[in-house]
Design a binder for this molecule. Structure first.
Ligand SMILES: C[S@@+](CC[C@H](N)C(=O)[O-])C[C@H]1O[C@@H](n2cnc3c(N)ncnc32)[C@H](O)[C@@H]1O
Length: 288
């Protein structure tokens, strides 16, 4: 497959500026929504430069080894592999996490879920926290990282995801317990002070309409599991300590029915928080 960098065979044209331009054009032609950003981050990885340093190094030629690495990274991204998987790591809150096909890439909107989760346990010195469907461990690790007294457990039904989460525990040095557990079998007995979850919430019928980066590369079990949001809400009723809180990330259009469900289940202080795009994204409530 063409990597778009053929013209860089001539040494005089192997400069950072030239490779950036060719890579950007190639990735745009292959359908990337963010071709320039992709090209910059991939070229930064290939050269060992910071992204900002690329701009001060436009005339610097790439050596043969750097060019080989750049070619391979750009070719992977051109196949619509997510940028985050190609780079192998991604930032979430204050942490850099390993990301690969074993688990969903942590999303910016999930940082808002963490904001709400931290607010819900702000008054508690040593809250017991359960993250349901932990994936990379992003939510569990961020809460443990940002609340010094929190004791956090992450559960997932995927052994692959749990293996990746364990690597992130080791990588970050943040203490989080991990366990294999199917959320449809109820939640592990706490009693927890907070249950937080970004459950699979994409309608199975919508999977085919997603961007190739999501549809063809991220685990479908992380995207879609019918009834998962309601199962976490129902499971929380018995798993939460009195006064304990539940915070759920939900898909577009799901916040109002989820808030209604929480009210029906007896939760109080039910609040919906929008994401940065203005979409109602996080639903929370408290057990009386
Ligand atoms: C949307 S991803 C969230 C991952 C991570 N918490 C995040 O926010 O980036 C949903 C997670 O739920 C897990 N999952 C799916 N079905 C499950 C089940 N029945 N029981 C437990 N976890 C499940 C998936 O493996 C996946 O890691």
């Amino acid at each position: 497959m063409s990597d778009g960098l053929e013209a860089t065979q001539q040494p005089a044209t192997n400069t950072v500026a030239h490779v950036l331009r060719l890579s950007t054009e190639h990735l745009a032609a292959r359908g990337s929504d963010t071709p320039r950003l992709d090209a910059e981050l991939l070229l930064a990885r290939a050269t060992g430069l910071e992204r900002i340093e690329l701009y001060m190094s436009f005339d610097r030629p790439l050596n043969a080894a750097e060019l080989d690495v750049a070619r391979e990274l750009v070719a992977r991204r051109a196949r619509r592999e997510p940028l985050q998987y190609v780079l192998g790591e991604w930032g979430f809150r204050r942490l850099i996490l390993t990301v690969d096909r074993r688990a969903l890439i942590p999303r910016p909107e999930t940082e808002i879920l963490v904001d709400r989760a931290l607010a819900l346990v702000a008054g508690s010195e040593t809250p017991l926290v359960l993250d349901v469907g932990t994936g990379t461990g992003a939510i569990a690790l961020a809460i443990a990282d940002e609340h010094a007294g929190a004791r956090v457990t992450g559960i997932d039904s995927s052994a692959d995801a749990l293996a990746l989460a364990a690597e992130n525990v080791a990588r970050t040095g943040v203490a989080v317990q991990l366990a294999r557990h199917d959320l449809f079998e109820g939640l592990p007995a706490g009693p927890w002070n907070l249950v937080v979850s970004n459950p699979p919430y994409v309608d199975a019928a919508d999977l085919a309409t997603l961007q190739p980066e999501v549809r063809d590369w991220e685990p479908h079990a992380a995207l879609s599991a019918e009834g998962a949001v309601a199962a976490v809400a129902r499971g929380s009723v018995s798993a939460l300590a009195p006064g304990g809180a539940l915070a759920l990330e939900v898909g577009e259009g799901q916040a109002a029915p989820t808030a209604t469900l929480l009210t029906q289940l007896g939760f109080v202080d039910v609040v919906v928080t929008p994401d940065l795009a203005g979409i109602d994204r996080v639903v929370e409530g408290r057990r009386p």
